[in-house]
Design a protein around this ligand. Sequence first.
Ligand code: XMP
Length: 327
Amino acid sequence: MATYNYETRPESMARITTKELAEAFIDAQVGEIRKQVGDGKVLLALSGGVDSSVVAALLIKAIGDRLTCVHVNHGLLRKGEPQQVIEVFRNQLGANLVYVDAVDRFLDALAGVADPEKKRKIIGSIFIDVFAEEARKLTDVKFLAQGTIYPDILESKGVKAHHNVGGLPDEFDFELVEPVKFLYKDEVRVVGSALGLPDNMVYRQPFPGPGLGVRCVGAITRDRLESLREADAIVREEIGKLPQKPWQYFCVIPDMQSTGIKDAKRYMGWAVVIRAVNTVDAVTAESFEIPWATLTAIKKRIIATVPGVNRVLWDISDKPLATIEWE
Ligand code: XMP
């Protein structure tokens, strides 16, 4: 079982705001990692999110293929994400990457489950099972790297639900390697850029651990999930073109149908809900005013290309009372 170290960020540590400062941090961390790990092997759950990606790039620089990255595709990632993890880490950075296609395992377990907390629990526990199975296949791995960042330590005593693997069974006794644990998110991004990671990986918006699973409202079905993934890619692309992007923007697909009309025949179809919010700390959030031209572009593309969808709605609710996610 992994243990946490509740240290505080050294007061003398300058904020990393420039490429030069990031390069100095990278050099120092490469040294620290080599000192900690020696000639040992390290395991990392690589989701493709900013934090785990930066940790992977740092470790690859420090110890090369003595790092094993495990990327679990749970079927709830956004369009193109698993492919990008493989392209960037295996093909470009030469990482020792284990790609696990666990899509059926997750979606089969989630079939018929409508309660959001049950969905989260299933996703979390299957993730641990899959990761533990991969860990058991490896020999002589003493270290587990984690993308813990400073707000995780401040807010939740180091336990990063859904992203990290603090819930591994007791049979594992890994020593943690947490090279970005004193960094704030903006600093992690500066370091990621200095490590050469692509902008769309480094500057991406927050994405919940259970992924599209909590945006495919109610009991997930594969067809509705696929429609959500397609619609989400369109929403992100169109809103992403704005000069001032909101903090988080995505879409949701409620488990609800309404009448549509096609070839003079009535039928039932899904509605896609666009959500875009600005917030500082996600405790409160304000709906972001999406320009009409962007809404229209999104609507046209979704209606023309996303199977099963006949309506596009815009959720203009603030938090509170609405939460950012629908589940
Ligand atoms: P809510 O919906 O509570 O979301 O207003 C606040 C922020 O947290 C994210 N979120 C999650 N992140 N696992 C995560 O890692 C989760 O289960 C989860 N639920 C919500 C949400 O995207 C928003 O940024």
